[in-house]
Design a protein around this ligand. Structure first.
Ligand code: ZN
Length: 334
């Protein structure tokens, strides 16, 4: 039943390609394209979303958009709902501290005058044949909001940070559906809220997911759409957990096999606990892969706009990561 239902959805997704007889993995790969990336990023980074600040209206609209897209793809919710709501707390603003999500810190903060925000992760899944193993692919969908005191452009659109990463997770979800085959392990598609306020969504998830010990790998995206150096437009940083050198081999081989136009900076890391939501997983010793195209002058500025995205690179990183995730979900060991 599963295979039949999935194939019908696949037909409606990528008709031209499904009609050609291709191996399942390649059938999914063909569905990853620039047009779809543009559709997602243009919506999420539009001024109407007001910079997608976690806990505010623009962020909630972004979450609703992601849920609608998952439903349209036929991706099931991980739990009863696609949304995983959580609350974060901070001391009143003159203390200039960070929002906290763990119960002990929250209990202390609540003793004094404090701030509270309601946030939501979005979580979907494709159930695997083996229900006792999970792999997770994720990107944060929140950004910095807007500042009414700024003179000029007041909206932090966050096209690269991190609408680019959200587009990759959504395209990979579609590609797995279009492949028409059930993966060995269950794949969780995760869209984190509150990353910019301190990795809050991924922290909450890793503290509360009952199957955390069954997670075999986590693949993260944060900023995959820009050039750090215009003279090297194929540059991408590829962080991965050093104890799994095969992660480096996978990318090297797939770049050759599928003619991907990427020049990775391979950075094996004993424990990738910095920078983004990968930290929440690396702290629990879960193997991590993390794609990132490095800093640029528009980083965390209102000028992080959609027209500056390097679409060819974004699409090739999405393809490379889909191939990584295929291995994470289906290879018996790594
Ligand atoms: Zn980010």
């Amino acid at each position: 039943m599963y295979r039949k239902a999935i194939s019908l959805i696949a037909l409606s997704l990528c008709l031209n390609f499904v009609l050609q007889a291709q191996a399942p993995k390649e059938q999914g790969l063909q569905c990853i394209n620039k047009q779809t990336a543009e559709a997602h990023i243009s919506f999420l980074a539009d001024d109407e979303l007001e910079g997608r600040e976690a806990g505010f209206q623009g962020g909630r609209i972004a979450g609703n958009y992601i849920v609608s897209t998952l439903k349209q793809l036929g991706i099931s919710p991980l739990n009863d709902s696609y949304f995983q709501p959580f609350e974060v707390y901070n001391r009143e603003r003159q203390k200039r501290q960070r929002f906290q999500v763990d119960p002990d810190s929250i209990a202390v903060i609540k003793n004094g005058v404090h701030q509270r925000l309601a946030m939501r992760n979005v979580l979907g899944k494709i159930e695997g044949k083996n229900k006792d193993e999970y792999v997770i692919v994720g990107a944060h969908y929140d950004h910095l909001g807007f500042d009414p005191m700024l003179d000029g452009d007041q909206i932090y659109n966050g096209a690269d940070d991190n609408a680019s990463g959200v587009s990759a997770v959504l395209q990979i979800a579609r590609a797995f559906v279009a492949s028409g085959v059930q993966p060995e392990r269950t794949i969780v598609f995760a869209f984190w809220d509150g990353e910019e306020k301190g990795l809050l969504g991924s922290k909450y998830f890793t503290q509360n997911f009952p199957q955390m010990k069954l997670v075999k790998g986590y693949l993260n995206f944060d900023m995959i759409g820009r050039n750090n150096d215009e003279a090297n437009p194929t540059h991408v940083v590829y962080f991965y957990t050093e104890a799994h050198p095969v992660f480096g081999d996978w990318l090297k081989n797939d770049i050759i096999k599928y003619k991907l136009n990427l020049t990775p900076n391979y950075r094996p890391w004993d424990k990738p606990v910095g920078g983004s939501d990968n930290a929440s997983f690396a702290r629990l010793n879960i193997p991590v892969i993390w794609y990132h195209t490095d800093g640029h002058p528009d980083y965390h500025m209102p000028s992080d706009h959609v027209e500056k995205i390097n679409w060819n690179k974004l699409v090739d990183i999405t393809k490379a990561a889909y191939l990584n995730l295929w291995n994470l979900a289906n290879e018996s060991t790594y």
